[in-house]
Write a protein that binds this ligand. Structure first.
Ligand SMILES: Cc1ncc(COP(=O)(O)O)c(C=O)c1O
Length: 610
């Protein structure tokens, strides 16, 4: 049987599939050519779902013809790893999602709300039987997976000259049914009118070609952490006992005084627009808190209050970066940094750390990437996903090379986990450590993690007044000020003395869970972990269980297997720029951590290691 090996994309040849992958249907480029000739502009900006991806030829060709994204499914871990590599080779990895899953399994639930519907679906199973096509097209329609006017392309081999009859669900209209030698192609279209699909929102009624999606938006990858949580929720909705180590937020309620303040402000007001840079009271409270932490005076006008620290960072990059600027980040990095930096037209420059450097950026790693193009260096301490913190000494050493090699650069410290620290580690202020560079330090901070206030959406930016003014102008024309009630709640979090008891209880629980997590991981075969100084994550090195010579090609396949088969949700290291790892959050109860770790240990011990 011939393996799919044909086709080129922007001059690069699609390579053959890895050895040992059986059961692939031969596809002639003539058939593919005919399909794309027929699809023409229907491919432009289409969100593609490739249910039996194989070589990915259909998806890659669709992307090369203007599709905006491709979700490729395949049951073979080897094929999945190959597809991910191919996507990187073709520089379309940001538009590709490759999932190691069976097509029907993927479709068996209704489309989750965070997943946009698909505009173009390829169904070309290696062994074409009615048992494959009929349930697949039925689920595509019934599960709300198709956007209005979507096209479903089915391709199969005729057996002894006879073709299969596909049972197209009611409302989906067959537009083409044609033989190409032994191959047969059917193309059908879902209804254009939202009335025919009652569960859709009215905005989806617009045809794909009417919706202009900028290249800027197309470059942005959906959050990997949210994708895992979405799948875990889906499994839970099916009644499965999923143990969730994927959470990126505390599992506690906010302090009582904070909730009371929110209710009080909502019911008694005022609840109108807040001043764009934040209420004077909250800016003053943040300035007072940061003055104490950093041993220097911040004035309220040095502070911009935004809708979460993520918004603070986005405002910061938009206010400062130009095309051609470079922003240095250390891998493992928080997933959002590269996309945010790219959104501001700058280039993320990744410094890859290792266990040898304690997963920290070191002067030796930093120095070679610094240049006159370096606009900023981002230091996240304690870090998401590793929990690793920088001491004053670490910061000072970095400061020295920055001062020598890139004196024009700014140092951004993301201190969002600053108060969640353990085991004798104390957060080091960049202002204190980087004496001499203090007028080039910018602080990002917020209430989300420390006070379990993620949904309140309040973050802070602290820096020189002209920067705060510029970021505030951007905020004024995008979101306006953060929610009035949330600002009041954040003010209470920072100033009400009763809050300390609640945060202390949360801190105590995290301290205990961290110990349980580290002990459990130490007992898991082939797993190592750098002891986290803070946050609520352990970043486990599982390289012994994925990659060459193991059962799973990479951490994404391993995490998928743990979720699908062992019902343990974790976040693979790849989206954090650190393949071969799993991020395990201990923002969950002690019993879940114990049970989850024993499932992981048992699962990993069943695998061959490299
Ligand atoms: C390192 C880091 N910075 C910033 C943020 C954003 O926090 P917020 O929820 O306040 O937007 C997060 C949230 O996960 C984070 O992990």
């Amino acid at each position: 049987m011939q393996r799919i090996g044909g086709g080129t994309l922007r001059g690069r040849v699609l390579s053959a599939l890895p050895r040992g992958v059986a059961g692939l249907r031969p596809t002639g480029s003539r058939v593919r050519g005919a399909i794309f000739d027929r699809l023409q502009t229907d491919v432009i900006d289409a969100r593609v779902l490739d249910l039996f991806a194989g070589s990915g030829a259909l998806s890659f060709e669709a992307l090369s013809r203007g599709a905006s994204s491709a979700t490729m499914l395949d049951t073979s871990p080897k094929v999945v790893a190959h597809l991910r590599k191919q996507a990187q080779t073709f520089c379309v990895d940001r538009a590709c999602e490759v999932i190691n899953i069976d097509a029907l399994r993927y479709l068996r639930n209704d489309r989750p709300p965070e997943q946009p519907a698909f505009d173009l679906v390829f169904v070309d199973p290696p062994f074409a039987t009615p048992e494959v096509f009929d349930p697949v097209v039925a689920r595509l329609a019934a599960g709300g997976w198709l956007s209005p006017d979507a096209l479903v392309v089915c391709e199969f081999e005729r057996v002894r000259g006879k073709r299969l009859t596909i049972a197209w669900p009611e409302g989906i209209e067959l537009e083409l049914s044609r033989a190409y030698g032994q191959a047969h192609v059917e193309i059908a279209r879902s209804p254009a009118s939202p009335a025919a699909s009652p569960n859709r929102s009215s905005t989806e009624a617009t045809t794909v070609s009417d919706v202009p999606i900028s290249t800027r938006a197309q470059r942005i990858k959906p959050s990997a952490t949210l994708a895992v949580s979405g799948r875990a929720k889906q499994l839970r909705a099916e009644g499965k006992q999923v143990l969730n180590f994927a959470a990126g937020e505390p599992d506690f309620s906010p302090p009582k005084a904070v909730c009371d303040a929110m209710v009080e402000r909502s019911t008694s007001g005022p609840v109108g627009y807040a001043p764009v840079p934040g209420t004077p009271q909250l800016r003053a409270a943040v300035a007072a808190e940061l003055s104490e932490v950093h041993g220097r005076t911040f004035e309220p006008t040095d502070i911009l209050v935004s809708c979460g620290a993520k918004h603070s960072l986005a405002n910061l990059f938009l206010a400062t970066c130009e095309a051609g600027d470079e922003v240095v980040i250390a891998a493992p990095y928080w997933v959002s940094y590269p996309d945010m930096i790219g959104l501001a037209e700058a280039t993320p420059v990744v410094v890859t750390t290792s266990a040898e450097t304690g997963l920290r950026m070191t002067p030796e790693l930093l120095e070679p990437v610094l240049s006159s193009r370096t606009k900023m260096i981002v230091i996240n301490s304690p870090c998401n996903p590793t929990g690793v913190g920088y001491t004053a000494e670490h910061l000072r050493a970095l400061g020295e090379v920055i001062a020598n090699k890139a004196p024009q650069a700014w140092i951004v410290v993301d201190d969002i986990y600053r108060k969640l620290v353990y085991d004798g580690y104390t957060h080091a202020s960049a202002f204190v450590a980087l004496d001499g560079l203090t007028d080039r330090v910018i602080v990002v901070d917020g209430v989300s993690k420390t006070y379990a206030m993620t949904g309140f959406r309040i973050g802070f930016l602290a820096g020189p007044k002209p920067l705060i003014a510029a970021a505030s102008r951007i905020q004024s024309q995008t979101t306006s000020g953060a929610a009035t009630m949330s600002q009041q709640a954040a003010l209470v979090a920072l100033t009400d003395p009763s809050v300390a008891a609640d945060t202390a209880a949360m801190h105590e629980a995290f301290t205990r869970r961290r110990t349980i997590m580290l002990e459990g991981l130490a007992a898991a075969p082939g797993v190592s972990v750098i002891r986290p100084d803070g946050a609520f994550y352990a970043f486990a090195n599982v390289a012994a269980h994925c990659g060459e010579g193991t059962a799973y090609p990479d951490d994404v396949a391993l995490a998928t297997w743990l979720l699908e088969e062992r019902l343990v949700a974790s976040v693979p290291g790849t989206p954090f720029g650190a393949p071969g790892h799993l991020r395990l959050s201990y923002a969950t109860d002690d019993a879940t951590i114990r049970e989850g770790l024993s499932r992981i240990a048992e699962a990993l011990s069943s695998l061959p290691t490299a």
